[in-house]
Each structure stands twice: as structure tokens, then as C-alpha cells.
Design a protein around this ligand. Structure first.
Ligand SMILES: [Zn+2]
Length: 326
């Protein structure tokens, strides 16, 4: 078979509760055009699929048409690469198992690959970001949840069912805080967004000093971070304690994996030194002695949605090409 020319573009889709972002990405990783819509406005999956298709079609048609587009990649929380489905997502509007890649493929007539956000982020960091050139590393994404994916010998380790890397749902405190997954005491419940807010409340209850945190009606990790910058001692203590928990959890994880680096992504990682210095200190105190001082902590410098879209594009390049018309 003689093929004239190659397709030089893919579509990368990044789905989060707040927003679905769509980008056309070329073969060199340049994002040609983007559009987005609010995910939560479409609680019925059929409606969501229709809106997603409309946006993809419109974006592609306005930017060179489908002739140059090879495939689609999707980055989504609770996505399973092995089944190409979203499975029981706690942080999205839909319930159950949703075979989104197959649904989208049938609507668009293009190959579609799907993976969970940590997996796609890891691909984005390995191809375009902080993990470039690394063969053994872990991504830790801290936002609403604590997601992770690790690469072993250059490839992502997905596990038998596709759920490897769920360090956020390893038990940190037996019978501890309620986690969004339904279990109690998961690491995520101590170090992701709600966990940080709970740590702040615990500290305010334990101590009597004044704090700006006491004057705020709705605390968020971002506000607590801002108070750290202003020198608020209880805010600093909130991230110090969160870092202690995180370092302890990750020391166990890294002792099993022996990664070259842990790359931090997600909104909470923006707290930078307030979180990562105490985390690294605890991490080094608890990690297996022969790799002590050897695992790098790296904060991603790619913008979150850009990285996720690029990671989705890496997935798209890897899927076998498909067309209804061949
Ligand atoms: Zn959990």
C-alpha cells in the first residue's frame, strides 16, 4: 500500500469536573487551537457526548478539517486505559462505567484512546516536561484528590486491571477520616484539598493563637497558601503538617518503586516550599536507607491544562488508526 502524506495532527481532550478542554495538537507538540465548555452543565452522559462531539467537530473544521487529524486522546479522572472507560468516578457528574472512548469513536469515526489523568499527565511530563529522559519516575498530582502514575523502565506500569499507582487510596490511618472513595483513612483524605482544610481546622482547634484562617468563612488550600506567604503561623503549620503526612505516605511508595524522581503536579503543588520542604524532610527520614537522598522532588512547570492536553495527544499518537471509511 502506498500512502501519500501522513496525518500531522491529533485532538487532545482534558476532562475535569470544572471544565472540558479540547485542543488540536500537531506532531511537534504545538497546540494549534483550543476550546472548552463546562463539564458539570451536562449531568447526562448522552448530552455530554453530543456537546463534546460538536465542540471537536467545530474546532477541527475551523482549523484545517479532518483530513489532517489522525486520532483523539482523552485525559480524565477515573479513566481506565485498559477498558477505555471511565469507571465509577467520584469527582465527575456521571455514575457507573462509561465506555467514553468507544462512544466517541462511533460518533467521530476516529480512533480514540482514553486514560486516567495521572497516566496522561505522566505521558505529558515524560514527552514535554520535567520527566523528559527519565525511565523510572512517579507523577503525584494533588488537587481535589491525590492521583499518581509511575513509569517503570520507560513505560507506564498500569497493573493487571489498570489501577496501579493508587497511592492516594492506600490506608494511612486505620478507621481514619472518610475518603471520597468510600473507605476510611486513605492518604488522600489527609493531603488533598479537603484533607488540608481539615488539617487547618484541627490546628485551629488545638491552638489558641490568632490566625487569618479564623477570619475566613470558606477556607481553601489556595487561601491558606496565601496566608503562609504573609507569615501566618497556623497557616504555615497547616502545610507543615500536610507535608509531614505526604512525606510519610510517599516514603513508603518510593521505597517500593525506587524512582529517579517524583514529579508534583496539580493546584496544591503550587504551595511549593510550604508543602514540599516538610514533605521532603519526612520523606528522607522514612525512605529505605539505600535510596535516601537519591529521589528528586520536582515541581512541574507546565500549566495544568496544557500538560493534560499534551499528555492526551501522546495517547492519541499511540492508538491504532481507525476510520469508518476505510
Ligand atoms: Zn480513598
Amino acid at each position: 500500500m502506498i500512502q501519500n502524506g501522513i496525518k500531522t495532527r491529533v485532538v487532545g481532550v482534558d476532562i475535569s469536573l470544572e471544565r472540558t478542554s479540547i485542543g488540536i495538537v500537531d506532531i511537534r507538540g504545538e497546540i494549534i487551537a483550543t476550546c472548552y465548555f463546562t463539564t458539570a452543565n451536562h449531568p447526562v452522559i448522552g448530552d455530554y457526548l453530543a456537546v463534546l462531539c460538536e465542540h471537536i467537530q467545530q474546532l477541527v473544521e475551523q482549523n484545517g478539517g479532518f483530513e489532517s487529524v489522525r486520532s483523539v486522546g482523552i485525559c480524565v479522572p477515573s479513566g481506565n486505559f485498559r477498558t477505555s472507560s471511565i469507571e465509577n468516578p467520584p469527582n465527575l457528574p456521571w455514575k457507573g462505567v462509561i465506555p467514553l472512548a468507544a462512544m466517541l469513536r462511533d460518533r467521530l469515526g476516529l480512533a480514540v484512546a482514553l486514560a486516567n489523568d495521572a497516566h496522561a499527565k505522566a505521558l505529558g511530563e515524560q514527552t514535554f516536561g520535567a520527566a523528559h529522559g527519565m525511565r523510572d519516575f512517579a507523577i503525584v498530582s494533588i488537587g481535589h484528590g491525590l492521583g499518581s502514575c509511575f513509569f517503570s523502565n520507560g513505560v507506564p506500569h498500569l497493573g493487571y486491571d489498570g489501577f496501579a499507582g493508587e497511592v492516594g487510596h492506600t490506608c494511612f490511618v486505620p478507621n481514619g477520616r472518610q475518603c471520597g472513595c468510600g473507605k476510611k483513612g486513605c492518604l488522600e483524605a489527609y493531603v488533598a484539598a479537603n484533607g488540608i482544610i481539615q488539617n487547618a481546622k484541627d490546628i485551629m482547634a488545638e491552638r489558641s493563637e490568632p490566625s487569618k484562617m479564623r477570619e475566613v468563612e470558606v477556607l481553601t488550600p489556595h487561601i491558606i497558601h496565601e496566608f503562609c506567604e504573609m507569615g501566618d503561623e497556623l497557616a504555615i503549620e497547616t502545610y507543615r503538617r500536610t507535608g509531614y503526612y505526604l512525606g510519610l505516605g510517599l516514603a513508603g511508595y518510593a521505597s517500593i518503586l525506587n524512582p529517579e524522581a517524583i514529579v508534583f503536579t496539580g493546584g496544591i503543588a503550587q504551595a511549593g516550599k510550604w508543602l514540599l520542604e516538610p514533605a521532603n524532610q519526612t520523606f528522607e527520614e522514612h525512605i529505605f536507607h539505600n535510596i535516601q537522598g537519591r529521589v528528586k522532588f520536582v515541581v512541574s512547570n507546565l500549566e495544568n491544562r496544557t500538560r493534560n492536553m499534551l499528555g492526551a495527544s501522546v495517547l492519541a499518537w499511540d492508538v491504532k488508526e481507525y476510520s469508518l471509511f476505510k
